[in-house]
Design a protein around this ligand. Structure first.
Ligand code: IPM
Ligand code: MG
Length: 361
């Protein structure tokens, strides 16, 4: 039976990079019998303009009915001043929360072809392959109470709640252990247990769950130290598991080690493996519409979609190999450009991946 993919291009460079990813899906459909149906929906600023809110009910209904969602990016300066609850980012957080996409997988992989683009010396990052497993539907992002209140003195106070239930910690830690079991069998759990009670519980639960995975080694780091270790000696990490806020920060940091936030895909999964797939970079309003954005993170998000939701591992491998082949040929978008390479735009990069796919045996 054919699977349904909801396409949410979003804002900024979203539509351009999603267009290239759709070309790749089209080839797989035509040449490899991939049975998928695509539908489009609105999210973020684009949805606000068309429907008055960043996550229209219709989009949510389509997302619930789909097997997977492919998203471009949301946000832009033109929506910075509108009411908080209507901002594009609320659409993204809304769909994560509503669909229960609690497990966010953010690989930070250094392509050997791009080693020179890393912010660290080549020997520190050569072969880097970290998987950050970020909890995505809890923590201070969703915790209640939250708000801005006025004190008796008339001064205002902003507050959020960092909160995790045992079951929320258990399920994300299990995801990390399961993934580590297929990799180098090391999980590093990151928290702030020297200060926060929520982190003390996190650590205790991580220890408890680790007993079920005797083949995987568990270590712990405080988040400040983890940030330092990521830029000091990043290759010590295999799988990192952490809460929503710490994961947001550490995953940007890890991305930069690969030299190219424009290369990194992500998956956000629910308990049944349904997922939302998106590049980890943002909507890059400064280059939107110019045809220069790097579509590879979105194309690699399609690979993750095939791997994690559709169980089409061979097709996922094919996409990843095609991306490698294009880099080997020396094609580069502006963000990963280096001396001696050939600079190409969004469309040419997408076409090159399609050509590489079609050349595969
Ligand atoms: C991310 C982004 C989002 C987040 C924003 C856009 C709400 O930074 O996916 O990492 O903080 O989760
Ligand atoms: Mg972020």
């Amino acid at each position: 039976m054919s699977k349904k993919i909801l396409i949410l291009p979003g804002d900024g460079i979203g539509p351009e990079i999603v267009t290239e990813a759709l070309k790749v899906l089209e080839v797989l459909r035509r040449d490899h019998g991939l049975a998928v149906e695509m539908e489009q929906g609105l999210i973020g600023g684009a949805a606000y303009e068309a429907a008055g809110k960043p996550l229209p009910d219709e989009t949510l209904a389509l997302a619930r009915a789909a097997d997977a969602v492919l998203l471009g990016a949301v946000g832009g300066p033109q929506w910075d001043r509108i009411e908080w609850s209507l901002r594009p980012e609320r659409g993204l957080l809304g769909i994560r929360g509503e669909l229960g996409l609690f497990a966010n997988l953010r690989p930070a992989i250094l392509y050997p072809q791009l080693a020179a683009a890393s912010s660290l010396r080549a020997e520190l990052v050569a072969g880097l392959d970290i998987m950050i497993v970020r909890e995505l539907t809890g923590d201070v992002y969703f915790g209640q109470p939250r708000g801005i209140r006025t004190l008796e003195s008339g001064e205002r106070e902003g507050f959020n709640t960092m909160v995790y239930r045992e079951t929320e910690i258990e399920r994300i830690v299990r995801v990390a252990f399961t993934i580590a079991g297929r990799r180098r069998r090391q999980v590093c759990s990151v928290d702030k247990a020297n200060v926060l009670e929520v982190s003390q519980l996190w650590r205790e639960v991580a220890e408890r769950v680790s007993k079920e995975y005797p083949a995987v080694e568990l270590s712990h780091l405080y988040v400040d130290n983890a940030a330092m270790q990521l830029v000091r000696a990043p290759k010590q990490f295999d799988v990192v598991v952490t809460g929503n806020l710490f994961g947001d920060i550490l995953s940007d940091c890890a991305a930069m080690l690969t030299g190219s936030i424009g290369m990194l895909p992500s998956a956000s999964l629910d308990a049944a493996g349904k997922g939302l797939y998106e590049p980890i970079h943002g909507s890059a309003p400064d280059i939107a519409g110019k045809g220069v954005a790097n579509p590879l993170a979105t194309i690699l998000s399609v690979a993750m979609l095939l791997r994690h939701t559709l169980a089409q591992v061979e097709l996922a491998d094919r996409i990843e190999q095609a991306v490698g082949a294009v880099l080997n040929k020396g094609l580069r978008t502006g963000d990963i450009m280096a001396e001696g390479m050939q600079r190409v735009g969004t469309q040419a990069m997408g076409d090159a991946v399609v050509a590489a796919l079609r050349q595969q045996a």
